[in-house]
Write a protein that binds this ligand. Structure first.
Ligand code: ATP
Ligand code: MG
Length: 569
């Protein structure tokens, strides 16, 4: 292809809305354009990368026995009412009505559609297992669409669903997908880590997220400095240290703490350590208002709290609600004499002696509060966020922290969807059983953005060869020099004939402009054809990743390019 004929609209300036490298560079290098908030168009270069990632995914899914199909984006509300998720999914679900006033949504995921399909198709254990996948658009009205392709409202996902007779079959399917995902992300040139994760709204038991390690990642991972433990911070659980059996319980006392309403202020005012304070947070769920207690030096893990309360929605209560339930302004709520709402406490809180809490009264706290004696805990549940520096839950090592981009997640669903949607089969023993399912997603656009996050420098993108839009750009220095241009064209033709994906930058631009664009776009190799090509039969081959330039005889260019691109390290 001739660059002069391609739509590669590079930008000199960084668009103001872009915060992170991948978003900036994909816009600047002409891979994507914004159509609306969280909605993007893939330009031709972007589409080439996308297609490569999709093909890698296809190959790896097929290798494990996956069968590609295509399911509709438009989904009838009935299916979602049947599964119970019509009301659970909340405002993220894009809902609309057709001309007959029937409710529909744009699929944010496809468990409902595929489970309903399979209940009609699978009758007997002889038809199992099945691995079915599709690659298509998903719709989620995200609260904060941002970072370009990373968090869109319309995005492309590969989702595979596994159907097995029993848990043992599911374990095998899960293992296959774990392997497939590892291969996909390796082949995409990513440095990633599978981590244990929370199963969230999708439900189910075991789940892993595939995290691309990057500073710009929205997820926090904790991993051990000595064993191979790694998990999303949402999931990490460390047992409480245990109560001090010798501590003498002192008499509870109200003290005045004017103006002190944060943990730090109270600690300083009363000259205690934050870990001696009980932090009381009032939350609202779809069902109730609750008080959640963690030690003053800890933070609440809302995912754990959400799971513990088994609710559909969870948010911090507004100031008005806090005042209503505690009778005090925000910052002074405490569990002692707190009436009418459930108290859920972290195990660490349950073990405290002589703690400090808010007194449900402005400018006042209690000291020497003892759980059990001074207030009743309705539920003791791990609801705290574990932090870097704490002990590994699996060994004696310490936990370290890293940021990650979740590019894929795999789940064991069990019978969660097949039960409610009645997707049953007849087993060998003649008994009707629910199909045992798993689901497995990869964000295709997010993977592309993550690849840029990990592979760029100040000049632009450095595509991993397997997903580069083109392998090579051939740059004639002086397109007006007919002989030189001919030499460049010969090299270009020879590469194309031999299966190298090349473009020739035939634009009447200064070489500097072409080099800048080449760096920005991130072609793995650049072949520069200048004076030496006609005088000495020599061209320059520049490696975008290493920054190395080698002078090569024109005859050897193809060979060199092939080696540089495809030689296994
Ligand atoms: P997140 O926690 O980042 O919102 P999720 O856990 O809700 O993602 P899944 O339901 O597991 O996402 O979807 C499978 C994959 O789809 C994710 O691993 C991610 O790569 C991708 N994905 C999810 N939401 C988006 C989005 N809004 N934009 C782009 N990709 C997304
Ligand atoms: Mg996920």
């Amino acid at each position: 292809m001739r660059v002069s004929e391609l739509l590669i609209p590079t930008l000199r300036e960084t668009p103001a809305e872009a915060e992170i490298a991948s978003h900036k560079l994909l816009l600047r290098a002409g891979f994507i354009r914004k159509t609306a908030a969280g909605i993007y168009t893939y330009l031709p270069l972007g589409m080439r990368v996308l297609r490569k990632i999709m093909n890698i995914i296809r190959e790896e899914m097929d290798r494990q026995g996956g069968q590609e199909m295509l399911m509709p984006v438009m989904q009838p509300a009935e299916l979602w009412l049947e599964s119970g998720r019509w009301h659970v999914y909340g405002p993220e679900l894009m809902r609309f009505k057709d001309r007959h006033n029937r409710d529909f949504c744009l699929g944010p995921t496809h468990e409902e559609v595929i489970t309903a399909l399979m209940r009609g198709e699978i009758k007997s254990y002889k038809q199992l297992p099945q691995l079915l996948y599709h690659i298509g658009n998903k719709y989620r009205d995200e609260r904060r669409p941002r970072f370009g392709l990373m968090r869109g409202r319309e995005f492309i996902m590969k989702d595979l669903y596994s159907f097995d007779r029993d848990e043992e079959g599911l374990d095998k399917s899960y293992q296959k997908m774990y392997e497939a995902y590892t291969n996909v992300f390796k082949r995409c040139g990513l440095t990633f880590r599978p981590v244990e994760a929370d199963s969230g709204a999708i439900g189910g038991s075991t789940t892993h997220e595939f995290m691309v390690l990057a500073e710009s990642g929205e997820a926090t991972i904790l991993y051990c400095d000595s064993c191979d433990y790694a998990a999303n911070v949402e999931k990490v659980s460390v047992p409480a240290a245990g109560a001090d059996p010798n501590a003498e319980k002192l008499e509870i006392k109200e003290v005045s703490t004017p103006g002190a309403h944060t943990v730090e202020q109270v600690a300083e005012f009363l000259d205690v350590e934050p870990h001696q304070i009980i932090k009381t947070l009032i939350y609202k769920t779809d069902q109730e208002t609750v008080a959640a207690l963690v030690r003053g030096d800890r933070e609440i893990n809302e995912v754990k709290l959400y799971n513990a309360l088994n609710c559909l929605s969870l948010e911090l209560a507004d100031a008005k609600t806090v005042e209503q339930v505690s009778g005090a302004p925000v910052g002074y709520a405490g569990p002692v004499n707190l009436k009418g709402i459930r108290i859920i406490a972290d195990p660490e809180v349950a073990q405290m002696t002589n703690a400090v809490t808010g007194a449900n009264k402005g400018d006042a706290h209690f000291i020497n509060v003892n759980p059990g004696r001074d207030f009743k805990i309705d539920m003791v549940e791990d609801i705290r966020l574990v932090a870097a520096g704490e002990k590994c839950p699996k060994c004696d090592g310490r936990l370290l922290e890293a940021k990650g981009i979740e590019v894929g997640q795999i789940f064991k669903l069990g019978d969660k969807y097949s039960k409610v949607l009645k997707a049953h089969f007849l087993d060998e023993d003649g008994r009707e059983k629910p199909i045992i399912m798993g689901c497995y997603g990869i964000g295709v656009g997010r993977t592309m953005a993550a690849a840029v996050e990990q592979n760029h420098d100040e000049n632009g993108i450095i595509w991993p060869v397997n997903i580069a839009p083109y392998h090579v750009v051939v740059i004639p220095i002086n397109v007006k020099d007919e002989e030189q241009f001919k030499a460049a064209e010969n090299i270009y033709n020879k590469m194309v004939e031999n299966g190298i994906e090349a473009v020739i930058d035939d634009r009447k631009e200064r070489p500097g402009v072409k080099f800048k664009d080449a760096d920005l776009i991130g072609y793995p190799l650049r072949v520069v054809v200048g004076k030496k090509a006609t005088e000495e039969n020599v061209v320059e081959v520049y490696n975008r990743r290493t920054g190395e330039t080698v002078n090569i005889n024109t005859e050897d260019v193809l060979n060199t390019v092939q080696k540089l691109l495809f030689a296994r390290a």
